[in-house]
Design a protein around this ligand. Structure first.
Ligand SMILES: [Zn+2]
Length: 459
């Protein structure tokens, strides 16, 4: 499978516009960590890929956490003394402190102020705030909006419910030849925020769509889950199966115009870490590799010490570092079709490396085999060799059963597809044989033996 090659034959802008359209459809929905907002979002994803939906009851113990009550909201507003809605949930789902308990009362501005959240340094923007684990209510408003509110009595109403129900998540499983899995995870719990939430979601759904129905080496598992509690719940329910996860990526914040950032897995030298670094080096105009840290997105859970899964996080802007983060300015204008499409392209290149990163043995290791008589060399002596022949020489030289094609790509400085194409040609000419998967796994096990925690993949 050469996913990137296929992808590059399509119109990048059209792909980007379609990703942006899907984001636009999902944008108005008021999502939270539980409730109908997530269900509606997952139903939209289900229209594109086969998604298994799980509902986990409130009160379920998941490691040190408990699945919370389910939150749903129909309406919310603040009305002034004339009965005019001065803050209206129907205008933006961000206006309500996410997980607000129901309230319907009247109060003066002084008392109301303690329930209002603003960002004075960006007076036009509405902040995104939550109160998941502490019962509270509140409104998020632009600072300018607050400034226009006069003293007097206001009617406040949050028509929400917080009651026993379920936590919902979606899973798309694509079986491959190996039961070993590639995990792609994104959070789907933010209301009207585009980069932080929707960008990862639409790119993950598009990648799942691209991989559906294909002949795959690995099995792929896409998780569309509420952040933190969703990942914790999924891990608690799948504790015995996570050793199958050989490679994983959290996708988030990949629609804005920043360069790429890849945060390494806790292991720091997992195949996914090398893969993404290699792909970004060859496919991204600008990128930065970040060391693992215990704060961030759901890689925090996948890389918790009991699991220590090889899962990194692919982003453009890093959480918390851009002013639009968790505000109404992280909107549909903040994410761009071109950037969404390029992010999907990087994901296809990552999948290509994982799918084709095999180990080979040179069957004629004593001196160079004569490539000319096999039509694998340049016809005229004296000319410089090009990329193709150079890649063949590298593959022949380093195919000792130990080096993977990615190792060879990194050592040679050549892009992975050139190395992978060279391996195909050399194998077809009888000069290489592929190392069977189980032997390759054992070689890897020997390499990592000694620092393997109890619940980890060994490949
Ligand atoms: Zn967030």
């Amino acid at each position: 499978m050469r996913l990137l090659k296929e992808f590059d034959q399509k119109n990048l802008m059209e792909i980007g516009q379609e990703l942006h359209r899907f984001s636009t459809d999902l944008y108005p929905i008021c999502r939270s960590i539980t409730g109908d907002g997530i269900r509606r979002t997952l139903a939209a994803v289900q229209g594109r890929v086969r998604l298994k939906i799980s509902e986990v009851p409130t009160g379920t113990q998941v490691f040190d956490w408990t699945v919370p009550k389910e939150w749903n909201i129909r309406d919310a507003y603040i009305k002034d003394a004339r009965g005019k809605r001065v803050v209206d949930f129907q205008q933006s789902s961000l206006h309500v402190l996410n997980y607000s308990v129901p309230v319907h009362t009247k109060m003066g501005l002084g008392e109301l102020r303690s329930h209002l959240f603003t960002i004075p340094e960006h007076p036009d923007w509405i902040p995104y705030r939550t109160s998941y684990y502490q019962e509270n209510w509140g409104f998020c408003v632009s600072h300018n909006q607050l400034e226009t509110m006069e003293d007097g009595e206001y009617e406040v109403c949050i028509d929400s419910t917080l009651a026993d129900g379920h936590l919902t998540y979606g899973e798309c499983y694509l079986p491959g030849h190996l039961s070993d899995e590639v995990l792609i995870s994104c959070h789907v719990c933010h209301p009207s925020l585009a980069n932080d939430n929707l960008s990862g979601l639409v790119v993950a759904a598009a990648l799942a769509e691209l991989l559906s129905g294909r002949d795959l080496r690995y099995s792929y598992r896409f998780l569309f889950i509420p952040g933190t509690i969703g990942a914790i719940t999924w891990l608690a329910r799948n504790r015995d199966n996570v050793a199958r996860i050989c490679h994983g990526l959290v996708l988030t914040g990949i629609g804005d115009q920043s360069g790429f950032h890849y945060k390494k897995s806790r292991r720091g030298d997992a195949e996914i870490d090398h893969t993404v670094a290699h792909v970004l080096q060859h496919r991204a105009e600008s990128y930065e590799i970040l060391e693992f840290s215990p704060y961030g997105y759901d890689e925090r859970q996948y890389c918790s010490p009991g699991f220590d899964l090889p899962v990194g996080c692919l982003m453009r802007s890093v959480w918390g570092t851009f002013p639009e983060y968790h505000t109404s300015a992280d909107n549909l204008d903040f994410i761009k079709p071109q950037q969404l499409a390029q992010s999907l392209r990087v994901c296809t290149a990552v999948v290509d490396v994982l799918e084709n990163n095999r180990r080979y043995c040179n069957l004629k290791p004593y001196c160079e085999p004569q490539l000319g008589k096999r039509n694998l060399y340049r016809p005229t002596g004296g000319e410089a060799i090009g990329l193709e022949i150079n890649a063949r020489l590298w593959v022949l030289n380093l195919s000792d059963g130990e080096h993977s094609l990615l190792d060879i790509a990194q050592r040679s400085g050549l892009p992975f597809p050139a190395i992978s194409d060279a391996a195909d040609v050399l194998r077809d000419s009888g000069l290489l044989s592929v190392v069977p998967e189980d032997v390759a796994a054992e070689t890897q096990n020997r390499k990592v033996a000694g620092n393997v925690p109890k619940v980890t993949s060994l490949r």
